[in-house]
Write a protein that binds this ligand. Structure first.
Ligand SMILES: Cc1cc2nc3c(=O)[nH]c(=O)nc-3n(C[C@H](O)[C@H](O)[C@H](O)COP(=O)(O)OP(=O)(O)OC[C@H]3O[C@@H](n4cnc5c(N)ncnc54)[C@H](O)[C@@H]3O)c2cc1C
Ligand code: SF4
Length: 509
């Protein structure tokens, strides 16, 4: 038998892949990481290129998707996946990446932590997840936003923008209309203090165009550290296209190469992993259930802040919020509030009930008093399925949808939120919109840990049907709460890799 190329092959260099790699190399395991992307990244120094794009693509018409998906950086990450993944959408935007660092090149970096109630049905205990949260938080760097005018308490903090700080003060001054409503400074994976190779946030607000200083966490940064280990090897431009079981597993790549290892760790993102496993899973007519978070965006005006100057801050989430809409453990929405000043103006102007010129004039007058709230529902409010294309049997199509009764629940929630906006002195503007499923990019649950049957995985993310294939991305997260998911994906990957590092790297058969 030919000697395996490594003890573990990890497919994907996004947040999940790098989080799995660290514990394995620390335990002396040989890790080969294959990634479809390469070193060419969005670290373009020239600001005009970052904002407008090298082909001036930002000046093309607004395609109606979220502003954060329309920047040159976002288009550059998302388009190769759209073209090459063989995954299309029907009432669903299939967001994925074929880039070094994955979607962390363009993510919003907001961080949430699940609690014991959130994972009550998972086959793992909260203590093991919390240990891994700590490992990951230390590695990536986390900051709280803070109203520095009020208190900073010695913690690593970044200043809230003036409009967000004003709203938070109003919240603290008056009792919420709904007792379950929470509003708090957002927690983001942004550095407030420099680290080797990464500067602290400069508060210039260019975040959506690719953070040039590395203050926002991007898993590319971890690859620099991983590559210092003699146990770690990264091969770029290696798009995995097949997985074949032999003495262990053989990964075939688009350029005709193949690599073998006793264990394969799939970290290609939920859609990428589904694409890779399509031939190994009995996906029938009903399709493979995919959990995503229905997402609502609500523009808000703070009249008290009209014509007041904006203060320097980043343009990621300023505030976090949550509100219950039912009695069930997961019946709550989570959201974020952004200051609009440094978001792409065109996306807002196009949504205003005014002509372009009048829209621009209005936008410039009110920008510093504008906020946008994005609200995420839990995955059980989605009805999305991955289907095999009947004609070719090769391509996958994701059909998106919402749970029965979602429309009524969404209306009731908007009403409950309107009471809170009023209390906070905020006026909801026309243009609130429910995003097409998929735009949320919060995906989970296709191959849940603890489930029995062909689509289930063990608590170590190992496919029931295929020993030796472990999955560490969102696919194995059993249920999707409305909280931001990536910190949990990373922590779960870290947890699984610690468990794998403890086991002997024997061939799977
Ligand atoms: C605009 C935007 C904003 C977001 N904001 C937030 C946020 O604020 N908070 C939050 O928690 N989450 C956020 N997310 C979601 C977050 O980006 C993802 O949850 C996270 O990146 C998932 O990590 P991953 O490693 O599982 O997958 P990915 O980041 O998708 O990485 C997948 C990796 O696999 C590689 N790959 C894929 N297919 C193959 C193949 N066939 N062969 C080889 N390599 C392959 C890719 O090149 C890539 O390196 C956001 C996403 C988007 C798009
Ligand atoms: S403001 Fe945004 S882009 Fe600028 S350093 Fe801070 S996080 Fe990065």
């Amino acid at each position: 038998m030919i000697a395996p190329d490594a003890d573990f092959i990890i497919i994907g260099s996004g947040p999940a892949g790098v989080s799995a790699a660290f514990p394995l190399i620390a335990a002396g395991r040989r890790v080969l990481m294959l990634d479809a992307g390469n070193d060419a990244g969005p670290q373009e120094e020239n600001r005009s290129v970052r904002v407008l794009g090298s082909d001036l693509e930002s000046l093309r018409g607004d395609d109606g998707s979220s502003p954060k998906l329309q920047t040159p950086a976002a288009r550059g990450i998302l388009e190769p996946f759209r073209r090459q993944s063989g995954i299309s959408g029907n009432g669903f935007t299939p967001i994925g990446s074929l880039a070094r660092g994955g979607l962390s090149n363009i993510w919003g970096a907001q961080v949430s932590y699940l609690d014991a109630e959130d994972i009550a049905d998972w086959p793992i205990d909260i203590a093991s997840l919390q240990r891994s949260y700590e490992h990951v938080a230390k590695r990536i760097g986390i900051s709280n936003n803070a109203d520095v005018a009020a208190d900073a308490a010695g913690e690593p903090v970044l200043p809230l923008g003036a409009t967000a700080a004003h709203v938070l003060r109003k919240h603290h001054a008056e009792t919420p209309a709904d007792g379950s409503f929470r509003l708090y400074p957002a927690i983001n994976a942004i550095l407030s203090q420099a680290r080797p190779g990464r500067a602290a946030c400069d508060l210039r607000g260019d975040c959506l165009y690719g953070c040039p200083s590395g203050a926002i966490y991007n898993s590319r940064q971890d690859l620099l550290l991983l590559r210092q280990s003699p146990h770690f090897r990264l091969l770029d431009n290696m798009r995995a296209v097949s997985l074949i079981r032999s003495a262990g597993w053989i990964v075939g790549t688009a350029d005709g190469s193949s690599f073998s290892a006793p264990k394969i760790i799939l970290a290609a993102g939920v859609l990428g992993t589904a694409g890779l496993l399509a031939d190994l899973l009995p996906i029938d007519e009903q399709g493979l259930r995919l959990l995503n978070s229905p997402t609502l965006a609500i523009p808000l005006l703070s009249p008290a802040r009209l014509l007041r100057p904006a203060t320097p801050t980043h343009s990621l989430a300023e505030l976090g919020l949550s509100l219950r809409y039912g009695e069930g453990a997961s019946d709550y929405v989570t959201g974020a509030i952004y200051e609009v000043g440094s978001l792409p103006a065109q996306s807002f102007i196009n949504r205003m009930p005014l002509g372009r010129r009048a829209g621009r004039a209005a936008f410039e007058t009110i920008a510093s008093s504008l906020l946008v709230a994005t609200i995420y529902y839990p995955g059980d409010q989605s009805r999305s399925y991955i289907h095999r294309d009947a004609a070719t049997g090769k391509r996958l199509t994701v059909r998106g949808g919402f749970a029965d009764g979602f429309g009524l629940r969404a209306e009731a929630l908007k009403k409950a939120l309107r009471r809170e906006w009023k209390r906070l002195g905020l006026i909801p503007l026309p243009g609130a919109s429910l995003a097409e499923p998929g735009v949320d990019a919060h995906f989970a649950g296709t191959l849940p840990m603890g489930a029995t049957g062909a689509f289930g995985t063990s608590s170590d993310g190992e496919l029931n049907l295929h020993p030796g294939l472990h999955i560490v991305d969102g696919s194995v997260i059993p249920d999707l709460s409305s909280k931001y998911i990536t910190m949990t994906i990373m922590a779960n990957a870290d947890r699984i890799a610690h468990r794998l590092a403890e086991t002997e790297a024997k061939p799977a058969l």
